[in-house]
Design a protein around this ligand. Sequence first.
Ligand SMILES: [Fe+2]
Length: 370
Amino acid sequence: MSETPQTFEEWWVGSHYRKFVQQEGLPLYEESYLENLATLPLAEWERRGGKAAYTRLGDQEIVNLQVVEIPPKGELAPEKHMYESVMYVMSGTGATMIWQEGEPRKTIEWAEGALLAIPLNAWHQEFNSSGDKPCRFFFGTSMAQAINQYHNFDFIFNNPFVFRDRYSYAMEDYHVKDRHWNLRLSETNFIPDIRKLTLDAWGEKGTRTSIMRLHMGNTDSQIHVLEVGEGTYVTAHRHGAGAHVIVIDGQGYELLFNPGDENNPARHRKVPIKPYGVVSPRLNEYHQHFNTGKGPFRQLAFKGWTASPATSTSKGDYDPVGAARSNNPHGYAYKLRYDKEAPSVREEYYRELEKNGVDLRLEPIDQGAK
Ligand SMILES: [Fe+2]
């Protein structure tokens, strides 16, 4: 790295994020779907201990996942970094210590279902509290974006700046904050089990669908928890790349297809979804969630850390309808209404429900509508 490059091959860096993952000596998973983060093969992680892997899903480097496992009685080395990070626990029990330089430490205990914001550039360290079981979690992060922007690992991981506006020990309610600011919008930093989080109805997205958008870590994080009721599926939609949808409860399948293939079911890709699968559509790739189980289907989504054009109007006002609003095929997000989808989509859903003995709970649609 210190030597002056002599050839194009030596000089060219396709992606500083890829280079970082190589330096970490960890696997990088690509594509737009991974069947199960809980069983994804990981490699020994020299820098922090435990095992880990990275993702580069949906052909983008805006949001990524860092999947981590700590062996029984194990711990990771502390770190801090100039990128946003939110932790979700898939299995096991443990704790995260969080602190700013020169301040006392806070310990947050967690188990499956917990969602915890890691404040920007604050120290954090994770521990497995079990003597006989590993624990596994992932961080949804803006690491790829930050590394590509600054491409200086020392700046990212060894930066002395303390963001006291994001977190300080003096913020006594930080880890219990649960402020429901507006319809479908809350501010929080720690939720012990998002599988039980109360959501707001989102009829514009689909029948018996509900959502809660979460701003975490004193940022404009675009994170949400979405639930699709039993016997229901949501409308297909598409938008920019970077969204990661992680299934946290229930079962079903996902349809992925490209614009132009709306009425060509042979080109619809159908993948099973159950905890802890992840779908991360490519730019404008349609995606559509189908609940085929008994009980609700729930997912956690990461869409980045900057204000989303889907939830703020051109004047910057909050729009609770969000990505379900758009009927404009050239807009940021586009929703394919139930009555515009290929008739086979619903027919196939009937068959899947029948196999599982679940009743359809959707209004009939007029497939001939304009
Ligand atoms: Fe989406």
